[in-house]
Design a protein around this ligand. Structure first.
Ligand code: T3D
Length: 264
């Protein structure tokens, strides 16, 4: 395991586990943690040994969004340019997670507030401890839901629920988030990490190219017509059909044995 102070990073069984690590601040983001997380996700892009990512938090929380200690108006000075901080810190990481053509599993181990919740929603498969809750905390401090929150909430939940969550900042318990389709599963707290780890390991052992293409197609579908999507599926299937993993998958089926995918 290599460790930066604010994001722990460990690669095993093809899974790069990134653990937000400022537990005394409920893993809220300071600049160092922003940069460390981005570096971790960038590594997932660049390193072919990484075939899936598992994102989680240390301690009792997943992530409480921006570290508000770094935004203390009592310290004086001009109001911060939060558009610039989104451009510099949150948005590049969100884009990297969505663009990564490898599965990203998120294990929400405790409260996920503000940008912390919305980073979780940007991941591909989200498991949460039953005790966890998701809070669009922005309304409590006069901000708007960022880190893709207005996008993912309205797309996944529709306007009525998205607006209610965002305007009231009411905590959404993990089981209700799962019932609403905002996350994949709420699991017993004691089982969360084992289940998330097993899922990530099984995805990492999968046909990485095909999984990456699938992720991209599903993400892009919302902005395309059916005709456009059929063309995109044709192109992606052409690519997947030329992969070593496709040949291995079909051979394994015909030989009645488990496939041994290599990610190529
Ligand atoms: O600024 C920009 O760049 C723009 C981008 C903004 C993105 C955003 O995310 S804005 C939203 C920021 N986040 C929040 O507003 C959430 C603030 N936190 C809370 O509302 C609560 O802490 C929670 C509901 C998340 C959890 O409540 P609870 O009662 O379980 O824990 P707690 O006692 O409030 O927090 C525990 C400690 O973590 C505490 O420190 P202490 O008193 O033990 O020394 C608390 O101050 C600290 N903490 C929690 N959240 C933050 C934080 N410290 C700094 N920043 C935080 N966001």
């Amino acid at each position: 395991m290599t460790a930066s102070r604010t994001v722990l990073s460990a690669l095993a069984d093809g899974v790069l586990t990134l653990t937000l690590n400022r537990p005394d601040k409920l893993n809220s983001f300071n600049e160092e943690m922003h940069l460390a997380l981005r570096e971790g996700v960038q590594r997932a892009h660049d390193d072919s040994d990484v075939r899936a990512v598992l994102l989680t938090g240390a301690g009792r929380g997943f992530c409480a969004g921006q570290d508000l200690g770094d935004r203390d108006p009592r310290k004086g000075g001009p109001a911060p340019d939060l558009g610039a901080t989104l451009d510099s810190f949150y948005n590049p990481t969100l884009r990297l997670i969505r663009a990564l053509e490898k599965p990203v599993v998120c294990a929400v181990n405790g409260v996920a507030a503000g940008a912390g919740a919305n980073i979780a929603f940007a991941c591909d498969i989200v498991l949460a401890a039953k005790s966890a809750k998701f809070i669009q905390a922005f309304a409590k401090i006069g901000l708007i839901p960022d880190a893709g929150g207005t996008w993912s909430l309205s797309r996944i939940l529709g306007e009525p629920r998205a607006k209610a969550l965002a305007l009231t900042a009411e905590p959404l318990p993990a089981e209700k988030a799962a019932d609403w389709g905002l996350i994949w599963k709420a699991v017993d707290d004691a089982d969360l990490m084992d289940q998330a780890q097993a899922l990530a390991v099984s995805l990492a052992a999968g046909p990485t190219l095909g999984l990456g293409l699938t992720k991209r197609l599903i993400q892009d579908a919302a902005t395309r017509s059916l005709d456009q999507q059929l063309d995109a599926e044709r192109d992606a299937q052409q690519q997947a059909g030329r992969s070593a993993d496709y040949a291995e998958g079909v051979t394994a089926f015909l030989e009645k044995r488990p496939a041994r995918f290599t990610g190529r």
